[in-house]
Design a protein around this ligand. Structure first.
Ligand SMILES: C[S@@+](CC[C@H](N)C(=O)[O-])C[C@H]1O[C@@H](n2cnc3c(N)ncnc32)[C@H](O)[C@@H]1O
Length: 402
């Protein structure tokens, strides 16, 4: 009870501190008579308090405080813009987190490769992070030199101004949680790859993938027609019309869970960025909130939908192709559990063997910018932190062996 009261007090305080909430995230208060007694944001906080205090233990209070505070953004540069955005942002004190990496990375990597030779401790499903280790797959060399994402330094909570259109009407940068870029980097797209972005709208990660300028064919899909329209709009604000009309880009609006029936064994890389409880959004905005009473069924079905989407992604990848599963929730049930089940189902129902790819070289490289969870048994996670308030972002990479 005391915790609930504390929670409400804190929520009220957070809402009073409107100056800390970006203008675009502010929601007009409802009249007292129509205001619901249990707004979805409070229900979300109650739910997270119950689940994450168990899952994260003593870390939860500080993660919770970060989640309830203003998030940090990154500015993903648009290489197709004609404006000198990079220097403008650097003059403001921003830095490209992809080049401002941890200098100890090369020294640390051999250790990780050595560890890869050690047999991992397996869980009940026979899956372990170490059993699937392949540290060499994600050396810094595989990161596209064309992706640039600027952030303000650790502890600096300056906001970015909205991007301006250049002479051709193209925007100079896209504002996103900088941690959302990590799944795109972890995907490790290389020259000539066929790529599927299975749940793509509103398109932040699609924009990043296209910035690599190395994809031979990109299929961008989202089940929601209205969100796919939004994605198209985003793409037209960032890319020249000619590039968008190219046959190398296909935009579809299919149910991703059925992808295996459309195309199997095809793509070199598949990004499966699934719908989830979007923890930060659920705590900050009552509109379109998955914790609203009428969406309870939808919320409870999320892990099953996530599993079906990941299975479809695994089937869509070619043998030796790689699949990146990502969410923006801290939930173990929506993260590691989904991956564990998918690995078993792929083997038992489809005869597909997948291996977990170790992403520690990547997290090690960017540990100056992001706060990563320590010792997840499967995958990696950016955990919100007051000094580096990005995430949550969970990612796990799988490689098809058959
Ligand atoms: C987390 S969002 C994706 C964000 C996107 N990757 C980005 O970076 O902007 C999840 C998306 O999955 C879509 N979705 C939900 N169910 C789906 C399904 N069955 N098949 C494909 N997409 C689905 C939702 O419409 C939503 O746009």
């Amino acid at each position: 009870m005391a915790l609930l009261l504390d929670t409400r007090l804190l929520l009220r305080k957070v809402k009073d501190l409107r100056c800390f909430i970006p203008r675009r995230n502010r929601v007009k208060e409802k009249w007292a008579v129509t205001r619901t007694k249990h707004p979805p944001t409070s229900l979300a906080l109650q739910h997270f308090d119950a689940i994450y205090s168990n899952q994260l233990g003593p870390q939860w209070p500080s993660v919770r405080a970060a989640l309830l505070s203003e998030r940090k953004y990154g500015a993903l540069l648009n290489n197709f813009s004609h404006d000198p955005v990079l220097t403008e942002l650097e003059d403001l004190g921003c830095r490209d987190f992809l080049t401002d990496t941890d200098t100890e990375v090369s020294a640390a990597q051999p250790d990780m490769e050595q560890e890869s030779e050690v047999a991992g401790v397996e869980d009940a499903s026979g899956i372990s992070k170490k059993s699937g280790i392949d540290g060499q797959q994600l050396s810094p060399l595989h990161l596209s030199p064309h992706i640039k994402c600027l952030v303000f330094p650790r502890g600096d909570i300056t906001r970015f101004k909205p991007a301006r259109p250049d002479v051709c009407g193209l925007l100079g940068y896209y504002l996103m949680d900088a941690a959302s870029l990590l799944p795109c980097l972890a995907l490790g797209v290389q020259e000539g790859h066929n790529v599927l972005d299975l749940c793509a709208a509103p398109g932040g990660k699609t924009l990043a993938l296209l910035q690599t300028e190395s994809i031979a064919y990109l299929c961008v899909n989202d089940a929601s027609v209205s969100r796919t329209m939004r994605l198209r709009k985003v793409l037209t604000s960032y890319f020249p019309k000619l590039l968008l009309a190219d046959e190398k880009l296909r935009i579809t609006s299919f149910d991703g869970t059925k992808w295996g029936e459309i195309e199997r064994n095809t793509f070199d890389r598949v990004l499966v960025d699934v719908p989830c409880t979007t923890d930060r959004h659920s705590l900050m905005e009552d509109d379109n909130n998955i914790f609203s009473k009428i969406r309870t069924g939808e919320r409870r079905r999320l892990p099953q939908l996530q599993l079906e989407l990941l299975m479809a992604g695994i089937e869509a990848a070619c043998p030796s192709g790689e699949i990146l599963y990502s969410t923006c929730t801290l939930s173990h049930i929506q993260n590691q559990s989904v991956v564990e089940q998918a690995i078993v189902l792929a083997r038992e129902n489809h005869g597909i063997q997948v291996q977990v790819v170790d992403l520690r070289p990547l997290t090690h490289m960017f540990r100056k910018t992001f706060h990563f969870a320590a010792d997840l048994h499967l995958g990696e996670m950016v955990v919100p932190h007051m000094a580096a308030n990005f995430g949550p972002i969970y990612m796990c990479k799988l490689r098809r062996l058959t």
